[in-house]
Ligand binder design. Structure first.
Ligand code: AMP
Length: 430
């Protein structure tokens, strides 16, 4: 099967060929035909599956089938993080290179005035994070009355990050007659509830998410004392001569501390997390991609959507609070059919979290040891969640909405009856 047989135009097929893609990924094969047909689509797919092209290609084709009227936005793509917004926008630009379609991206953390000026000139496709989009709307810089297609990308993460109220506000401003596409790594009860209120008789598309990713990646666990982890990591980087490794920590503070330790050991490293300016993050990422930084240390939210081609090695310096995040993390390696390695340094207090992850991926991750670092026992009956604070994530691990800081999952923006709905915390900016 090729892209043309899915009904995509020659211009789009050429743009995909320029990227070196010849075969649609499973999510693309399933999502492109219904999107082209104008149907609403609800897709379970995470980063790494080719989902971006899955909605971007047919969306561009539809825009080019009918002439634009006026300067208003015709397609609105909402993403949870700046990084993902920038990457989705880069994809829109790539795939629309043979078309007259104009596009823009807006997110917080950078100056708003250039964004206002750009919107004033008129764009067909706008990629946005919800917070900045609402700011722009309040300033009268963006109108939604010509939106034909809405895409919610990584909808699960948008809920996790407390964007539900902004999303509901935006939804209320959109024309009721439109096409809706919702992409989410998982379909929890909250997501289904959100989907019900947005999607009109959607086609459901699913690729085997969790295990497909997990199967492609060679995983291992090194049971070790917490206090020895950074020394062990430095030694691993050196011994294995890793030139590009993405390391996950649970907290921003932990990311900074580890970066300093690695630097002290003579390993170039940079941290990427929510307390870093947009400039610092972009710089860290480009240095990492260029190979001048060997280790990129990231928190879960900051790493969301990072698209680094052929990343060979991912290390979990600490396990994530939420088992699903483990799958997101290891999905950074072994992308688009390549094999990758994901290794976790696990201390005894993380034994319960490891058990939760192994339950989710339905397999036991092989244990390994390294000379000079005695393996420790990992009790599996420990806490399933983070033992030392939750790294500022404010998420409830079980996804049951009962945890501290989880906000608005009852549709509070529309006057939901939740007592919590009025006190939704500020959305976290990744
Ligand atoms: P995504 O899930 O959209 O973040 O895409 C993951 C990666 O797969 C990106 O680096 C894309 O450039 C790449 N990709 C998307 N579609 C294809 C395809 N059909 N064949 C090969 N690579 C692809």
């Amino acid at each position: 099967m090729d892209f043309a047989s899915l009904g995509l135009s020659e211009k789009l097929v050429r743009a995909t060929a320029d990227q070196g893609y010849d075969t649609p990924s499973p999510i693309q094969a399933q999502a492109i035909p219904p999107v082209l047909a104008g149907q609403d689509v609800m897709a379970a797919a995470q980063t790494g599956t080719g989902k971006t092209a899955g909605f971007t290609l047919p969306l561009l084709q539809r825009l080019n089938e009918t002439p634009r009227q006026g300067k208003g936005i015709r397609a609105l793509i909402l993403t949870p993080t700046r990084e993902l917004a920038a990457q989705v926008h880069a994809s829109v630009e790539l795939y629309s290179k043979y078309m007259p379609t104009s596009s823009a991206v807006v997110f917080g953390g950078v100056k708003i005035n250039p964004q206002i000026a750009q919107l004033r000139r008129g764009v067909d496709v706008l990629v946005a994070t919800p917070g900045r989009l609402m700011d722009l709307h309040q300033q009268g810089a963006v109108h939604f009355n010509s939106v034909e297609t809405l895409v919610l990308d990584e909808a699960d993460r948008m809920l996790d990050m407390g964007f539900i109220r902004d999303i509901r506000k935006i939804l209320a401003l959109l024309p009721p007659k439109r096409q809706n596409l919702l992409f989410s790594a998982t379909f929890s009860g909250d997501i289904r509830k959100l989907a019900q209120g947005i999607l009109n008789n959607p086609v459901q598309v699913e690729v085997a998410v969790a295990n497909a990713t997990a199967d492609k990646v060679e995983q291992s666990v090194f049971p070790v004392q917490q206090s020895l982890k950074s020394a062990m990591l430095s030694e691993m980087v050196g011994k294995n001569n890793w030139q590009q490794v993405l390391v996950f920590t649970r907290t921003k503070h932990g990311a900074n501390r580890l970066t300093q330790k690695l630097e002290k050991d003579g390993i170039t490293a940079a941290a990427i997390h929510g307390n870093k300016s947009q400039g610092a993050r972009t710089r860290a990422l480009s240095n990492f991609k260029a190979g001048t930084v060997r280790v990129l240390v990231a928190t879960d939210i900051a790493a969301r959507g990072l698209d680094i081609k052929q990343l060979p090695q991912v290390v979990n310096f600490e396990l994530p609070n939420v088992p699903e995040d483990y799958i997101h993390r290891i999905g950074r390696t072994g992308r688009a059919g390549e094999s990758g390695h994901a290794l976790s340094l696990v201390s005894p207090d993380e034994g319960g979290m490891l058990a939760g992850i192994e339950k989710l991926i339905r397999k036991e991750i092989p244990r390994k040891t390294m000379d000079g670092y005695e393996a420790v026992h990992l009790p599996s009956n420990g806490p399933r969640t983070a033992p030392r604070g939750n790294g500022g994530r404010g998420r409830s691990p079980a996804g049951n909405g009962g945890g501290a800081g989880r906000s608005g999952n009852n549709g509070g923006g529309r006057g939901g009856n939740s007592a919590r709905s009025g006190q939704a915390r500020r959305p976290q900016r990744a």
